[in-house]
Design a protein around this ligand. Structure first.
Ligand code: CUA
Length: 344
């Protein structure tokens, strides 16, 4: 019996170590690889709680085993020793260990408090994608949040349908997004790079495919990006000749894509689906479900339900050559502002 208990405890410890090691393998979305001040505070707290409470649990398991398997003794001296042991081990020791731990965790959450920021980004959670708006700059995008590295950015968040939760494990803790309410948080990435985020509140069929990327650019590149995005209003003329892209743009309108999607500088102003301005620069498609490639975009347009069953996007009933023309048109929507290749 004692053997079994010891074996179970060792198994538990081994399994948790394997899990931790496994988590450490993939940095893309790991709270154990913090890249910003808030996430660093969370990770530090996690490790301290894990180590102290892990040790504490092991001690409790061992003592429980001793209590179960040792023979009761009638000697008064042992009884007195037992009473002292309970007072020290059950009252004094927990007080010495747990009270400082409680105080530390309360202090540590101070690092998550709002920070002053010159940039506000609004994020709206939809089933199952992210609307991203830079209200002061008049920029709208989707499923990618471009921020300057090394500076805190204020986030104002809400949801259009059900409760979602905004989580970029490497940069900050979770913040709920509630329909009809605005919740406020902030993000700061220490270094330029790409940080994956994920909806952390079950929100329906495609909850797991509701991801996004935070792209932290060096501050000067971020200013370039803002300028590029502001300039993308300039190309408003409807197509007049038959270049490949213009054929694609016409097919985009002809097959109803503009009813749900917007593209700056065109007559497409739909807001039921993600904004597609400069979509050619994005790295992923369908809220980080697929890498953005011509093949994936083609397959997605033909049958979105095959990738995200339940998603609002209907299949595009159009001849393949029209779909390919739409794909070419979308893939060339680039401003040249984003260039982050390294992953932290
Ligand atoms: Cu949105 Cu889960």
């Amino acid at each position: 019996m004692l053997n079994l208990l010891l074996r179970s405890v060792s198994l538990l410890i081994a399994a948790s170590l394997i899990l931790i090691t496994g988590c450490r393998g993939d940095k893309m979305q790991s709270a154990l690889h913090p890249s910003g001040p808030a996430a660093e505070a969370v990770a530090r707290l996690w490790w301290i709680l894990r180590l102290v409470l892990g040790g504490y649990s092991i001690a409790v398991f061992v003592l429980t085993a001793v209590a179960i398997f040792s023979r009761p003794s009638k000697r008064t001296r042992v009884k007195q020793w037992g009473r002292n042991f309970i007072l020290v081990g059950g009252v004094l020791l927990p007080a010495i260990i747990l009270v400082p731990l409680l105080l530390y965790s309360v202090t540590a959450t101070g690092a998550l408090r709002m920070r002053e920021s010159g940039l506000t980004i609004r994020v709206v959670g939809h089933r199952w994608w992210w609307e991203v708006e830079y209200p002061e700059q008049g920029i709208v995008t989707a499923n990618e949040i471009v921020i300057p590295a090394g500076e805190p950015v204020r986030l104002e968040m809400t949801a259009s349908d059900v409760i979602h939760s905004f989580w970029v494990p490497q940069l900050h803790g979770k913040t709920d997004m509630l329909p009809g309410l605005i919740t406020v948080s902030w993000l700061e990435a220490e270094n330029p790079g790409i940080y994956r985020g994920q909806c952390a509140e079950y929100c329906g069929l495609q909850h797991a495919h509701m991801a996004f990327q935070v792209i932290a650019l060096p501050p000067d590149q971020f200013v370039d990006w803002l300028n590029t995005r502001s300039r993308s209003d300039a190309t408003a003329d409807p197509p007049t000749s038959q270049t490949e892209q213009q054929v694609g743009e016409r097919a985009f309108f002809q097959h109803g894509c503009a009813v749900c999607h917007a593209i700056d500088g065109t007559l497409a102003v739909g807001d039921a689906g993600p904004d597609l301005t400069l979509i050619g620069e994005r790295q992923t498609l369908a809220a980080a479900t697929l890498p953005l490639t011509r093949d994936n975009l083609t397959a997605w347009l033909i049958d979105p339900q095959a990738f995200k069953p339940g998603v609002k996007m209907p299949p595009t009933h159009a001849p393949l050559e029209d779909i390919q023309a739409i794909v070419e048109y979308l893939m060339q929507l680039k401003g040249g502002g984003v260039n982050v290749e390294s992953t932290p």
